[in-house]
Design a protein around this ligand. Sequence first.
Ligand SMILES: Nc1ncnc2c1ncn2[C@@H]1O[C@H](COP(=O)(O)OP(=O)(O)O)[C@@H](O)[C@H]1O
Ligand SMILES: [Mg+2]
Length: 264
Amino acid sequence: MQDQPYRLAVSNQKGGVGKSTVALNTAGALADRGNGVLLVDLDPQGYLTSGAGLDECYTEQPPSLYDALKDPSQIDVNDLVIDHPEFDVLPANIDMFNLEQELVSMMQGRKRLKTLLDGVTGYDFIVVDCPPSLGLLTDNALLACENLLIPAEAEDTSIRALDLLFKQVDTLEANFEDVTISEQAIVVSNVDYPLDGEQKSMLEWFEENFSEYIPVFEVRNRAAIKRAWNNGGSIFGSDEECDMEDELTQLAAHFESEARGEPE
Ligand SMILES: Nc1ncnc2c1ncn2[C@@H]1O[C@H](COP(=O)(O)OP(=O)(O)O)[C@@H](O)[C@H]1O
Ligand SMILES: [Mg+2]
């Protein structure tokens, strides 16, 4: 096990593109391959916390991730981590709705999560699910992780969404000299077969524009993925077979070699 976990932000400011689903199942795939994984829900809406079956944590009294991000020196983040059958979880809390605004006036308001996660050891991977916005919480995830997993739908709207995300990455890199944020993989998510014309041309667009320098994965729309979510876990923690396990396992293997610094 490495001293510093490999950290990964799952980000795309567009809502409903599969971020939380991809985050949960990527964490499940990494854990299934024997890695120690911490899954962090940075979305104030707490959907991933629900997907991990931890709804009660979302409305728990302080201290929560909200308090830890507000005052990293006062709270040991390890005390907030919850056991899950597949991995550990740092749940979101309803108090986090105030955070985006409060971070604006805080010193180092974009580096809070980095400060917190610098104190978290004992894992191979930390996977951070981002909110559907390009605000300060997403900036926190990008600066803390410096590695980006981008879920995107096979829809025309993804072209602009990715353009804006990459611009935000450039802005952060320009403002923080010590930071290099690497796009590590794209997951075209929730792809629905048979493909219509838009999905087909967008799958080609992802291949043409990205596959030369980062791998493009495809996770199809599967009721089994939804059922596993409703049962509080990933498809790897479920008894039900799902034909998307192979693709997610390859995604996990890709991050393992990135974490080892090995070219593929
Ligand atoms: N591969 C998939 N198979 C089935 N349903 C999916 C899949 N990916 C996403 N969904 C569904 O699509 C919706 C949006 O996904 P979600 O992960 O919550 O997106 P985001 O986090 O980007 O808002 C959810 O209802 C989720 O269950
Ligand atoms: Mg989400």
